[in-house]
Ligand binder design. Structure first.
Ligand code: NAD
Length: 341
């Protein structure tokens, strides 16, 4: 934590930069924003969503017919923190040949009182940090306190952020991992080593039989994990499914779990819940907003045997919250670039 990240800290500090627009470039983010900062920001905004103080606008995502790119906007407003704005960007598959990340995003924040553009913030690293923060918040509130074994499904770009954020929530003693492309697992193993955690690559049967918490973060379009492979008491953080058609968990596994989501509307349309919902196995009313657990309106896990599942679809308000935190940190450290606009 950086001390400035209180509720008040998220408010635009108008006195410091009246009339100026602030730029926080991607290159500044690694030294500026920690995963702990993002955890606080995401936990706060999930709570605001549950209190109906914050809401996300409908997501736009389009294949633009150029460079094979998928381009979109995610936007929203938090009346508590006054975070207003959007994250824009998407997926440019050919960037790899240009030495650039395939996923590109930028956050634009607007002054909620005047509509003036308040800040432009590089959104690539923040996306990974806020996604990892969401699953970490779900682990904090839903995993068993005595969880010891962490199961990881997926070994792509996002996976290492997920692993780092998860280990801050429970004293995990071991990491078990599986990936569709086994050759990618070494990147997770390197991080586990750095964290001084024993690491084993396993098949899905063993992963499900031994893990207390399972994070899935793949771009799969077919179920990976089946209900029969998951033991009672497990917490599943399903983070990869963020588009119509993607799927990591069998619909029966979702239907048999107590299901939580960042946002119910996204869960049933683009999240892991979409398949169980389309099959009529669950309704919107079966899905609990994680924010309701954070604010104490829902008790969360009800027994050590319950299987809890968090469907983290990724909402605009997460992006606005962590970008606002980045702006405040840049201002407090004197690294913000301020321009007349
Ligand atoms: P990446 O391209 O770096 O890695 C892809 C991962 O998916 C790898 O583990 C790969 O082995 C696996 N995979 C690829 N094809 C597969 C298949 N057919 N079956 C099973 N697994 C397969 O991607 P990334 O940046 O790590 O992102 C992973 C996923 O997370 C993507 O689907 C991405 O859209 C999603 N994501 C979600 C959020 C959110 O807020 N929920 C945020 C960012 C990314």
């Amino acid at each position: 934590g950086q001390g400035v990240l209180t509720k008040e800290g998220h408010r635009p500090s108008c006195n410091q930069s009246e009339g100026k627009m602030i730029i926080v470039p991607e290159s500044q983010i690694p030294a500026l924003v920690t995963s702990a900062d993002c955890f606080v920001a995401v936990e706060d905004v999930f709570a605001s969503m549950s209190k109906q103080s914050a809401y996300n606008f409908p997501v736009i995502r389009e294949a633009i017919g150029h460079a094979d790119a998928l381009y979109g906007f995610k936007s929203g407003f938090d009346r508590e923190s006054l975070a207003l704005g959007l994250k824009s960007g998407g997926f440019w598959p050919n960037n790899i040949h240009k030495g650039l990340a395939n996923h590109q995003s930028t956050v634009f924040l607007f002054d909620a009182d005047t509509g003036k553009c308040r800040a432009i913030v590089g959104g690539n690293l923040l996306t990974a940090l806020r996604t990892a923060a969401a699953s970490a918040v779900s682990i904090k509130y839903l995993a068993r306190q005595d969880a010891k074994v962490l199961g990881m499904i997926g070994a792509g770009h996002q996976s290492t952020y997920q692993l780092r954020a998860a280990v801050e929530q429970r004293p995990f003693e071991k990491v078990l991992a599986w990936n569709f492309h086994p050759e990618m697992l070494s990147r997770l193993e390197d991080v586990a080593k750095e964290l001084e955690l024993p690491f084993e690559t396993v098949d899905l049967d063993r992963l499900g039989a031994e893990a207390d918490v399972i994070i899935s973060i793949t771009s799969s379009f077919a179920p990976i994990l089946k209900a029969s492979q998951v033991r009672p008491g497990t917490h599943l953080a399903c983070m990869g499914t963020d588009t119509k058609g993607k799927q990591e968990m069998d619909a029966d596994l979702v239907a048999g779990a107590t299901v939580f989501a960042d946002e119910v509307a996204q869960a049933v349309t683009i999240g892991e819940c979409q398949h169980a919902f389309e099959k009529g196995l669950i309704t919107r009313d079966d899905i609990i907003e994680l924010g309701a657990v954070i604010t104490g309106r829902h008790p969360g896990r009800s027994s050590p045997e319950e299987i809890t599942l968090f469907d983290g679809t990724g909402v605009a308000l997460q992006d606005l919250a962590v970008a606002s935190a980045a702006v405040e940190l840049a201002l407090s450290r004197g690294t913000a670039i301020e321009v007349d606009f």
